[in-house]
Ligand binder design. Sequence first.
Ligand SMILES: Nc1nc2c(c(=O)[nH]1)N[C@H]1C(S)=C(S)[C@@H](COP(=O)(O)OP(=O)(O)OC[C@H]3O[C@@H](n4cnc5c(=O)[nH]c(N)nc54)[C@H](O)[C@@H]3O)O[C@H]1N2
Ligand SMILES: Nc1nc2c(c(=O)[nH]1)N[C@H]1C(S)=C(S)[C@@H](COP(=O)(O)OP(=O)(O)OC[C@H]3O[C@@H](n4cnc5c(=O)[nH]c(N)nc54)[C@H](O)[C@@H]3O)O[C@H]1N2
Ligand SMILES: [Mo]
Length: 704
Amino acid sequence: MPVTKGEYQVFRNACPRNCYDTCSMQTYVKDQRIQFVEGAPESSFTDGGLCVKGYSYVQQVYAKDRITHPLRQVPRGSGHWERISWDTALETIARKIREIEEKDGSLHGLCLATGSGNHGITNNSPDGMMSSLGYTTRTRGTPCWPAGIDAQAYDMGEMWCNDPEDLVKSRYIILWGVNPAWCSIHSMKFIYEARERGARIIVIDPLFTQTAAKADLYCQVKAGTDGILALGMARVIIEEGLTDPDFLSNHTLGYERFTAYLDQQICLAQVSEICGIPESEIRSMARDFASIKPATIWVGYGMQRHTNGGANVRAIDALGALTGNIGKPGGGVRYGHKTNRIFNYYAASMSPPQGAGPGKDRFINTNRLAQEILDAENPPIRMLWNTCRNPFSQDFNRPLLERAFKKLELVVCVEQFMTMTCEQADIVLPVTTLFEEDTLNVAYWHYWLALNEKAIAPVGECRSNTRIAMDLSEKMNQLFPGSCTFPTHLTSEEWISREFNDRVYEMFGITSWKDLKSGPVKAVIPREAWGDGRFATPSGKYEFYSKLAQSHGHKALPEVVPGRKPSAPFRILTPHSKFSIHSQFQNLDYMTAFNPEPCVRIHPKAAAQKGICDKDLVRVFNDQGQIVVRSRLTTTVPQDTLVLHEAWFKNKGYCVQNLVDDQSSDMGVFKTGSPGVAIHDQFADIEKISPAARRFPFNFWKTR
Ligand SMILES: Nc1nc2c(c(=O)[nH]1)N[C@H]1C(S)=C(S)[C@@H](COP(=O)(O)OP(=O)(O)OC[C@H]3O[C@@H](n4cnc5c(=O)[nH]c(N)nc54)[C@H](O)[C@@H]3O)O[C@H]1N2
Ligand SMILES: Nc1nc2c(c(=O)[nH]1)N[C@H]1C(S)=C(S)[C@@H](COP(=O)(O)OP(=O)(O)OC[C@H]3O[C@@H](n4cnc5c(=O)[nH]c(N)nc54)[C@H](O)[C@@H]3O)O[C@H]1N2
Ligand SMILES: [Mo]
C-alpha cells in the first residue's frame, strides 16, 4: 500500500529514461489522478529534485494527444487511421507471425527493433517475447557509448567508474565532451561542491555549453581531435617527470612502448595546431592534472561519437594511468559502469517453443537499421516490431530508412504518441507510462536501485510492454497452440521478484525487494573502481599496449587516429537538448513554452560570410538531405560548425537525421556487438532561403 500524506497517496517511482541520472521519484495521487511528482529525498543522488523533463511528466501522462487505444493505418503512411480493438490488433499480428513462419520456415523475417525508450528492468520483455516465439532478428548494439566502452575494456578490462557522488573529493575535474548541466543535472551539485572545497573545473568541448559556462577553464577543442590533445598532455606529463612511478611499475603494461611512441610521434606544436589549443594551455592543463591530486576526468559519450572516438578515449584513459589517479577516491577516468547489471533479466530470457528446433537469432547493427533492413535476405525482414524506439526521429540516414520501410510487409509500433515512426506504421499499440506499471530501475552512472510502483490505472486502453507480451502469447497459443512460451498470467509482483537473486540482495544490502517500498537503496560499494590495482585485462594490469585491441584490428597503443574527412564546409553537431530526451518531452506544451522552435546555431562570422542574419530562414543541406529551419547567431559555436539539437518538435517537420548518416565509429563491436556511430562526424552547408523561394510551399523534412 502506498503511503498517505495528507490528501495524497504517495507512490514510489523511478524515471526509466536512458539517462545518467535515472531519478528516484515520488508521485502524489489524489482521486486516482497524478497531481504532481518530485524527486525522492532518500537518494543522495536525486536529492529531492527532478529535471525540467521530470517535472513535466504529469502533462505527458494526461496529454490530449497521447495514444490511448490501438490504431490501424491503411495504407501505411496515408494518415488514414482507424481505431481497432486489442483483440483485432493482436490477432492480425499473430496471424502475420504465423504466415512468416510458414512462408520462410523460420522467424528471421520478424525483427525486433528496441531502443532506449524505457530502461525499466522488466521492460526487457519485448526481447523475451521474441525468444518465446522462436529465432528472430534483433537489433544489437547501442548509439550511446559503444566506442568508449571498448576503449575502456582494452585499457582496463571493463568500463567501470567511481560513484559520481565521490566527485566531491576531486581537486581537479576535467569534463571532457560531456554536458552534465543539461544531460546529468544531478551530477552538477557534486561538481559545485568539489569546487567549494577548492577543486578546479575544466570543460573540453567544441561547444561553449552551459557546463562550460560554469567552468574555471574552457578549452575549445576541435571536434574529433581529443586523442591528439590527450597525447600532447601525456607527453608533457612524462617530459616533466610528473608521472606516478609506483602505479606505472606495479599496475601497468606497455609504458615503455607508449613513451617511445610519444617521443617519436607527438610534437606539441603540431598538437596545438591540430586541436586548436595554444601550447601553453596544453602544458598548464597537463601540469595541473598531474600535480593536483586527486584529479579525475569525466569522459562524455558525445566525444566518442566519431570515427576515431574509441582511439580518443584510450588516449584520455592513459592520462589517468600515467598520473596514478585510477583507483583513487575522487580520481579515475569516469565513463559509466554496468556493475549493477546482475539481475536475472527473467523477462528477457525465455525459451523457444518446442518444435522450434535448433536455430539461432539473427542480429543486425542497431546503428544501421535502414541499411540492415535493406540488406537482409534469405529471408528478408518482413515484419518490424518497433518498441521503445523512434527510428524516424533518432536513427541515422533517414532517406534510407524511408526506402527500407517500403520493404516491410507489417510494421507494429508500440508507442505513447503519434511519432514520426508511428506515421510509418500499420498498427500502433498504446503503451503505458512509468506511472501505470510496476518495475525497477538502476543507472549506468550512479549506484542507486529504485522500485517503480503503479501509481494510477493505465490511461485508456494502454498496456505495458510486459502485458503486451503476455497478451500476444495468449493470442498466439489460442490460435496456434504451443506457439509461444511467454508466461501469460504472472502478476507484476511476480515479474519483479523473478528479477532478484542473492547477489542483488547482497549488493544493495536488502533482504527482500519489498524493502524498496520504503525508498531507493544504494549499492554497498566496497572500494573505488580498480581500487585494488587489479584490472580485468588479460595481463591483470592497465594496458597501454593492448594485444587484444590489436587482435581486433585496432592499434595496440593509444595512437593518433585521424578523424573523418570533411565532405562539406561545416561540421554539424546534433547533441542532446536540455528540454528533451531524444524525441521525448519537447512535444509537450510545457517545453514548447520554454523552447518554442528548433534552430540552427551558427557563429556570427560564418553567418556574415553567408549573408545570414539572426532568425533568417535557412537551408542546411548535404548529399543526404536537408533541413529548413531558422538561424540563431551565437559565439558559443565554432566558426566552422553548425549546431542542431536533436529533438522532436511536433508539427515542425524538423529532423536532424536528414543530415546525419550511419557511418560507424571505430569501436563498439567487442563489448556491445556492433560499432558505435559517428554522429558528430557529419558535414553540411548552409544557405539563406531567398524571399522568393519562401513563397513556395516548403515541406520541411522532405529530402532533396
Ligand atoms: N536532457 C537530456 N539528458 C540526457 C539525454 C537527452 O537527450 N537530454 N540523453 C541521455 C543519453 S541517451 C545519453 S547517451 C547521454 C549523453 O550525454 P552526453 O554525452 O553528454 O551527450 P551530448 O550532449 O550529445 O554530448 C556531450 C557533448 O559532447 C560534445 N562533443 C561532440 N563531439 C565532441 C568532440 O569531438 N570532442 C569533445 N571534447 N566534445 C565533443 C558536444 O558538443 C556536447 O556538448 O545523456 C543522457 N541525458
Ligand atoms: N543526430 C543524433 N541522433 C541521435 C543522437 C544524437 O546525439 N544525435 N543520440 C543517439 C542516442 S545516444 C540515443 S540513446 C538514441 C535514442 O533514440 P530512441 O531510443 O529512439 O529514444 P527516445 O526518443 O527517447 O525514445 C523512443 C520512443 O520510446 C517511447 N517510449 C517511452 N516509454 C515507452 C515504453 O514504456 N514503452 C514503449 N514501447 N515505448 C516507450 C517514446 O515515446 C519514444 O517515442 O538516439 C540516438 N540518435
Ligand atoms: Mo544515448
